[in-house]
Design a protein around this ligand. Structure first.
Ligand SMILES: C[S@@+](CC[C@H](N)C(=O)[O-])C[C@H]1O[C@@H](n2cnc3c(N)ncnc32)[C@H](O)[C@@H]1O
Length: 484
């Protein structure tokens, strides 16, 4: 495996790999965020079929309850158990006052990012003590390789002296810290950067501030918030709630790792009378339950849009479809910006290169749990629909091109992770070597690590083929490394 990747890395990348020494070789060995099952990817001239939303379709195959009476007459919740969390009470009150169920997307958005009690808002959810682990937390090599990609893109952009480096959903800030440290020898690159972190969680913003070893500097008016720099290499750092808030007008490099999978999805199911949206309601026993909307909902327009991009054969096979309007909107914003300001976006996530059918999952403390169980205490995520990203970007701007997806294993292999492994192995202890080897497997391997001799429940599961990478770049810059 190692040799295969060594052969793949291009010679021009080797020079980029003389990366600064690592602060620590050991990262958490807890299980990664992984898959409960493979969704079906299956599908026709759908738009016509949707016009009457829609006839002659097979009966629903899912296990959800269909209770239309409850849609118009939500039960009174005066008997709610007082043990309901604030978020559960909030969700139930939305359902009650709306007089009917909410969409899966509304539920997902509240559960993850409700400003008071959302899953991400008040705590650190990563690592062995948290709920799941991501690639940057597995090994420093991940952020370092993304740094190599960003630097290569910057070269292709003509080495601009001022660049916005944006990360969407930076988590603990680990990827960005490893990127900055890894590229710190390349002064022209690092000095051009203004780092922008798009993060909704105040708790995670604080962790990011620490990870980047930030300092507040007074501006001339004495406003400490005005100017924050990372002591990792002096780049100015700013935080924003949305990408729209990041200033435009300079070339931009955007990184989105495991961000798209947290964007809310709508779920649709083929019913006897056509496509219907899956909704969430409160049952008589005061628990959440799934119901099907009796009528087409407004978000069916997004389903129509998505299925225009699928072929007839694929659509014919679909019984369920997941659609993520926020992913389409975000991609359009990215494409508009890159089309006019120059630069590129790298999107890495677990997902599919086809329509996604039914992938929403909940993970708490490294275990899959019921999506409706104790919302706000488990992560919710859905497979990323890569064709939707490609089509959204291409529709938004004629100045961008989209490449990929390729697997994470191909991406990191081509960027030279094997050379980095060798360099790290040269000066490390046996224990560190084991950690590097395990981290390497988790980033680029596939399935369970064959070499593992540790406890069975800790066997590293490779993320190499389950995670995909795609780029959106300004056409003028040509095809970016390593998507040629
Ligand atoms: C799954 S975590 C990924 C973290 C990090 N990229 C990593 O790989 O370790 C998702 C991140 O996106 C942030 N996030 C989720 N939804 C967001 C939203 N709508 N706006 C801004 N940030 C969001 C979360 O707070 C978190 O930092």
């Amino acid at each position: 495996m190692l040799r295969r990747f060594l052969l793949r890395a291009s010679p021009q990348l080797r020079s980029s790999l003389s990366i600064a020494s690592p602060p620590s070789l050991h990262r958490s060995s807890s299980p990664s965020r992984s898959f409960s099952s493979s969704p079906e990817s299956t599908g026709s001239n759908f738009v016509e079929q949707l016009e009457d939303a829609i006839a002659d379709t097979p009966p629903p195959s899912a296990k959800i309850a269909i209770d239309r009476s409850g849609l118009c007459n939500p039960p009174e919740h005066s008997h709610e158990p007082s043990s309901d969390s604030e978020l559960v009470k909030h969700l139930k009150s939305i359902i009650k006052f709306r007089g009917g169920p909410i969409t899966v997307a509304e539920y997902m958005e509240e559960v993850l990012t409700n400003p008071k009690a959302g899953f991400y808002i008040n705590r650190d959810v990563f690592g062995a003590e948290g709920d799941f682990i991501t690639s940057p937390e597995v090994s420093q090599m991940f952020g370092e390789m993304i740094g190599v990609w960003a630097m290569c893109l910057w070269e292709q952009m003509g080495k601009p002296s001022k660049v916005n480096l944006v990360e969407l959903g930076p988590g603990r800030g680990t990827l960005m810290a490893d990127l900055l440290r890894g590229t710190s020898k390349f002064k022209n690159f690092t000095e051009s950067l203004h780092v922008h972190l798009v993060e909704c969680s105040p708790a995670l913003q604080k962790l990011q501030y620490c990870a980047l070893k930030c300092q507040n500097k007074n501006d001339t008016a004495g406003n400490v918030e005005e100017h924050i720099t990372s002591t990792l290499k002096g780049a100015q750092v700013s935080w924003h709630a949305t990408l729209e808030q990041v200033p435009t007008g300079s070339p931009t490099i955007i990184i989105a790792h495991e961000f798209y999978d947290a964007l809310p999805v709508h779920q649709f199911q083929r019913a006897s009378h056509g496509w219907r949206e899956k909704m969430i309601d409160v049952a008589e026993d005061s628990r959440f339950r799934f119901v099907l909307s009796p009528q087409p909902t407004p978000s069916i327009l997004y389903l129509m849009k998505r299925l225009k991009w699928a072929n007839n054969e694929e659509i014919a096979k679909l019984q369920q479809v997941e659609v993520c309007p926020k992913s389409m909107d975000l991609t359009q914003t990215i494409a508009d910006r890159i089309g006019s300001d120059g630069g590129g976006a790298l999107i890495i996530d677990y997902g599919m290169n086809s329509t996604v059918s039914d992938s929403l999952q909940a993970i708490r403390k490294h275990k899959f749990v019921d999506i409706l169980d104790n919302p706000g205490t488990a992560d919710l995520s859905a497979y990323v629909d890569f064709p939707a990203i490609k089509h959204s970007a291409e529709e938004a701007s004629e100045n961008v091109s989209v490449h990929g997806p390729i697997t994470q294993s191909q991406l990191l292999g081509s960027l030279g992770i094997n050379f980095r492994v060798e360099a790290l192995m040269e000066k490390c202890t046996d224990e560190q070597a084991e950690s590097i080897r395990t981290g390497y497997w988790r980033l680029v391997g596939d399935g369970e690590a064959p070499f593992w001799e540790g406890p069975e429940d800790l066997v590293p599961i490779g993320m190499g083929t389950r995670y995909l990478a795609t780029v959106i770049v300004n056409k003028k810059q040509g095809v970016p490394i390593p998507f040629q």
